[in-house]
Design a protein around this ligand. Structure first.
Ligand code: ADP
Length: 527
């Protein structure tokens, strides 16, 4: 190149050898001017192209067609075209992919097309690679979406199976309550009628323990499934831990005594108050103590300690029993988990006790940990609950109590479609001196209550014709039904069931199996 680039005189030479092909054509494509770069790329001399060829003559057949159908109309209508790709045929025959930009410009009276062209070999390769990469990215994305969909599907299925399991457990627990209820009643009747021989007392004791054990399993089962479904209702109130300890220990004392174990209890000098549901807290502690006695051999040692630091009340239940292997410590709180090997199992159980304990601790915003030095070296369960800084409320006086209200005989109607449950309850109440009649359906019960001038109606909720709520509503609508004591006896004991019973006009709601002491106290008060 002659002269420096800023010299305008070097302009023609710059255009001649510019890094792009430059052409001027007539509107029909006839080449009028072409630079050396384009000639080099196509293998022609300029003289062979100018006036001799139309630009489209250098294109492949498809290119020519496209030139005719798209390029020319575009140039006519909008006077320009940008980034149009044609394969240009080299003189030797090989294809050279080129990208064309063009504008139409008027010179004097005539119109010319000015073309700038670049070779796009590399770009094509690059585009192909890009296309391949895009395709593989797309297929990876599709695979990922498929995998995500499959994951979501199996998550849904799992959640559904889990829901079904919880529903099944709830129904199973509920269904088991009816037979348990009858067994409870029959046992109480047998006790009252027993000749009182030591042999009979022993058998009653045995049966009582088994029925009690079954009832505990069933209510634990119902509670864990309620916790899993987020349906467990808590009645939290300022609760003094010493009273919870007292209640739990009282309930577990008999198995501890039978196993000749020693229970040491240590409480802090000052009362420790937590914001808790006292019934649930007792249940939690009872489960831990039950396990401690269950997994500790005859003559072993159990300690229960309560301490308090600034923010937390700490409850420790320690035993000298079979212990837990380190690798099992993490899983003992899982539902249905039972530790295998010599340390576990032989004691029976469903593996729900600790899952329930952890659920209850969680609901109290607390923490639970299990510890053990290993098999044979005892276990320790530590529960931490946030302490409440206020003094406990004065204990509410229970509304009715057997001891406080000596009462008389009542005319009672029992309405339950489960014949065994109804009859055994009736017999039990008759033994207490009440006059009892039984009906197996809602409408029959309604009739019976009217005709027998009932003072108390014990009413199951699930009945074959109209349900217990409806029976209650109808009773309350009658002049004779306004004052009688209406008690729901139901397998469902959640807060909303109690609320529904209260809304329908029930005075009380008892959960099956009915606590006979509570029921007879209610009747005595009513009599
Ligand atoms: P279950 O006692 O009905 O099997 P839990 O949920 O109460 O179910 O306990 C789960 C498992 O944890 C038990 O099977 C037992 O192996 C282990 N475990 C619980 N408490 C103790 C304890 N105090 N000592 C040793 N092992 C225990």
């Amino acid at each position: 190149m002659t002269g420096p680039p800023e010299d305008r005189a070097s302009w023609p030479e710059l255009l001649e050898y510019a890094p792009c092909g430059l052409l001027v054509t007539e509107p029909d494509g006839t080449i009028r001017l072409v630079n050396a770069t384009f000639c080099t790329w196509t293998g022609y001399r300029a003289a062979e192209l100018v006036h001799e060829h139309r630009i489209q003559d250098l294109f492949t057949v498809g290119g020519r067609l496209f030139h005719h159908t798209h390029w020319l109309p575009l140039m006519q209508m909008q006077g320009s075209a940008a980034e149009v790709k044609f394969d240009v045929l080299h003189r030797e025959g090989q294809r050279v992919p080129m990208l064309f930009n063009a504008i139409a410009r008027q010179r004097g009276t005539r119109i010319y097309h000015e073309l700038a062209v670049v070779v796009v070999h590399d770009r094509q390769k690059y585009e192909q690679e890009l296309l391949r990469a895009r395709k593989s990215a797309e297929s990876a994305l599709a695979e990922q979406q498929k995998a995500q969909q499959a994951l979501a599907r199996s998550r849904d299925e799992l959640a559904q199976a889990d829901r079904r399991k919880d529903e099944f457990l709830a129904t199973l627990g509920h269904e088991l309550r009816n037979p348990l209820s009858s067994m409870h009643n029959v046992l109480a009747i047998l006790r009252r009628q027993s000749p009182g021989t030591p042999e009979m007392d022993r058998l009653h004791g045995m049966l009582g323990r088994q029925v009690h054990y079954l009832s505990r399993l069933v209510s634990d089962l119902l509670d864990v499934s309620r916790i899993a479904q987020g349906k467990l209702q808590m009645r939290r109130q300022p609760t003094e831990l010493a009273s919870v300890v007292r209640d739990a220990v009282e309930l577990v004392q008999s198995p501890i005594d039978s196993a000749a174990q020693r229970l040491d209890i240590s409480l802090p000098p000052k009362p420790v108050v937590v914001d808790a549901d006292p019934v649930r807290l007792t249940q939690m502690l009872l489960n831990l103590l039950h396990n401690a006695t269950k997994y500790t051999p005859h003559g072993g040692q159990i300690t229960l300690g309560v301490t308090c630091d600034d923010d937390y009340a700490v409850i420790r239940v320690r035993d000298s029993g079979v212990g837990i292997a380190r690798e099992d410590l993490g899983s003992v709180f899982e539902m249905f988990s039972q530790v295998s090997g010599s340390a576990g199992h032989s004691q029976g159980g469903l593996g729900i006790g600790l899952a329930l304990v952890r659920g209850l601790v969680d609901l109290h915003d607390g923490i639970i940990e299990a510890g053990s030095e290993g098999p044979g070296k005892g276990s320790e369960f530590v529960v931490r609950l946030p302490v409440l800084r206020t003094k406990p409320e004065d204990e509410a006086v229970p509304p009715v109590s057997a001891a406080q209200s000596p009462g008389g005989r009542c005319r009672v109607v029992v309405i339950d479609d489960n014949q065994d449950a109804a009859e055994s309850l009736a017999m039990l109440l008759e033994l207490e001196g009440h006059e009892v009649r039984v009906a197996g359906s809602g409408l029959a019960g309604l009739e019976l209550a009217r005709n027998s001038d009932a003072e108390v109606v014990l009413l199951d909720i699930g009945l074959p014709d109209i349900d217990g709520y409806e029976v209650a509503r109808r009773i309350r609508q009658q002049p004779w039904g306004r004052k009688l004591l209406l008690i729901a006896v139901s397998g469902w004991g959640q807060e909303r069931d109690r609320q529904a019973a209260a809304d329908a006009g029930f005075d009380r709601h008892l959960t099956k199996p009915v606590d006979i002491g509570e029921l007879t106290a209610l009747l005595r008060a009513a009599g």
